[in-house]
Write a protein of this length. Sequence first.
Length: 277
Amino acid sequence: VAPRARFSERGEAVFDAAKTQRFDDMTDLPLMPKATAVWLVDNTTLTFRQIGDFCGMHELEIAGVADGEVAVGIKGFDPVANNQVTADDIKRCEADPVARLKLLKRVEVAAASQRRRSPRYTPVSKRQDRPSAIAWLVRYHPEMEDSQIGKLVGTTKPTIQSIRNRSHWNISSIQPVDPVALGLCRQLDLDAAVRKAAEKRAKTQQPVPSSEERISLMSTAASLMTPDEPASPRRLSEFENFSMDDPRDDRKAAAARVDPDSLFNLPKAGEDDEDED
């Protein structure tokens, strides 16, 4: 019979509580405790008890580390550089032998790492989706600047400009897709960037068009006020008389008329008759 099966309900509860307590004690220890103890012994003046309490080791074991009998060949692990303890806390404990080091929690370390801005990395498998995300942002959020789009999806300004001007080499195959759906950014980051762009546009007193206004057709009054453009020829025969000038302008039409004889230096009819005589 397995040892676990012989436990009563009370014994199982005690076993689970002990296992949970042991796990909690392990989470309160720094990463690589022996290597951390080696570094603290070599670089600080903390007592063996202080180092043992911080690393979860006995003070006699720390004395063995100092004598070179324990942790032989183990390279020291700097807990300050790895955000496990602060240098000020070490100085405080060096001044007071009764004080104990305080281990920084994982949540505090994660919050500190989020404050540091780092370049956005885009996985290789998703880099081919960036033009589609740029096209979506350009279409539905034109108020966003190129620098904001570049930081959001991890691209360069020339790529954004080529998609804005429709001069991208693969513009015919680019379909606008939400960058959040592609996994290139988070919805919170996108909302923050859109909000920041809208606030900046509001400061310059430039209205931000809504999504309905972007896709709406031109009004009848605005379409009647637009100047007429010459129709492009549809057949090859129409290219002979096609011109970008307005044919209703008589002055341009008169200037466009050219006498064919004036293009050649031909003798006049009277001079030919005199030569024949």
